[in-house]
Design a protein around this ligand. Structure first.
Ligand SMILES: Cc1cc2nc3c(=O)[nH]c(=O)nc-3n(C[C@H](O)[C@H](O)[C@H](O)COP(=O)(O)OP(=O)(O)OC[C@H]3O[C@@H](n4cnc5c(N)ncnc54)[C@H](O)[C@@H]3O)c2cc1C
Ligand code: FES
Length: 278
């Protein structure tokens, strides 16, 4: 049992932060890695990135958006409750090195995934521009943490309620127009990552994305998380989750993410109407 030590609701309760006791995972985890957890013994396995870790205290921080049955069930857990099992750290860590100037652009809960990577890139001596975007002010998360993790951080909202009025990709383009950028890391919803890649392609800037493919075992055996990268099949759980965004077939990934939509909807309806269905 992995005990929940703290719980905080962000973004009007649509996003939840949990600090969890997981000493062995906290000791080994590196930026870019994720865990797969089950809420209880009949629960499905879902992947979540570690937004932070504290090896001293033996804790990991997970930030999740409530989108379906499992994340809704997770939101019902409180401090003192625990998760049945958490497997990790999984996936390849982000390759961190000094490359010069980096732009880290995140959207929605992608900002939670981006945070440890941004911090590590700055610690490695890079000049790091952080860009954090959301639809509206109340949905922005981790503004202070991203400000501390970057050299310079700009917020933006689609409706102009906070920071720059418009998409983060507008700000990315402004930076690319005015100075040499050596690396872009873009993490967020699939359409946003696709758009980030189309902006950076003409500038020929290496662009990393983190693929949120549906996962089951996280070991490269079930094939659930397969994606086409550079015309070849890759498994997001063991070959990624980070990939060269200019090589990713985003349209295929979008189709695969929708593959279980009917079952996900039914499961959520059962959960909402018969709360005993856990
Ligand atoms: C490596 C990795 C790291 C992730 N890290 C985070 C994280 O830090 N925070 C976070 O909030 N989410 C993260 N995700 C996405 C998270 O795993 C899904 O949101 C979760 O599995 C949904 O489960 P559910 O039962 O609540 O919803 P479901 O009922 O399974 O799905 C509800 C809706 O969410 C969509 N969805 C389902 N799975 C995914 C997915 N993997 N990615 C995007 N949309 C999905 C479905 O298409 C559907 O529309 C990560 C995914 C991966 C692969
Ligand atoms: S999750 Fe099973 S192969 Fe990646």
């Amino acid at each position: 049992m992995y005990k929940i030590l703290s719980k905080r609701e962000l973004a009007q309760g649509t996003v939840v932060e949990n600090v969890i006791s997981a000493p062995r995972i906290a000791k080994k985890a590196k930026p870019g890695q994720f865990v797969i957890l089950r809420v209880n013994e009949t629960g499905e396995r879902i992947p979540l990135t570690m937004a932070d870790t504290d090896p001293e205290k033996g804790t990991i921080t997970l930030i999740y958006q409530v989108v379906g049955k499992t994340t809704a069930l997770m939101k019902t857990l409180n401090v003192g409750d625990g998760y049945q099992d958490i497997a990790g750290p999984l996936g390849k860590p982000t390759h961190i090195e000094k490359v010069g100037t980096v732009v880290c652009i995140g959207g929605g809960t992608g900002i939670a995934v981006l945070h440890p990577i941004t911090r590590a890139l700055k610690q490695a001596g890079n000049k790091v521009y952080g860009i954090c975007g959301a639809r509206t002010k109340d949905l922005l998360i981790m503004e202070d943490a991203m400000a501390a993790a970057s050299t310079e951080c700009t917020l933006c909202t689609d409706d102009g309620s906070c920071g720059y009025h418009g998409f983060g990709t507008d700000l990315l383009k402004q930076i690319l127009d005015r100075e040499k950028v050596d690396l872009v890391v873009g993490i967020g919803p699939v359409p946003m990552m696709k758009f980030v890649c189309s902006v950076t392609l003409p500038y020929n800037v290496r662009t990393l994305v983190s693929l949120n493919a549906i996962m089951v075992d996280g070991t490269g055996m079930c094939g659930c998380c397969r994606a086409t990268v550079g015309g070849k099949t890759a498994f997001a759980c063991v070959d990624g989750p980070e990939f060269d965004g200019h090589q990713v077939d985003f349209d295929e990934l979008t189709k695969r993410l929708r593959g279980y939509a009917d079952m996900e909807r039914q499961s959520m309806e059962l959960f909402e109407h018969k709360c005993s269905c856990k």
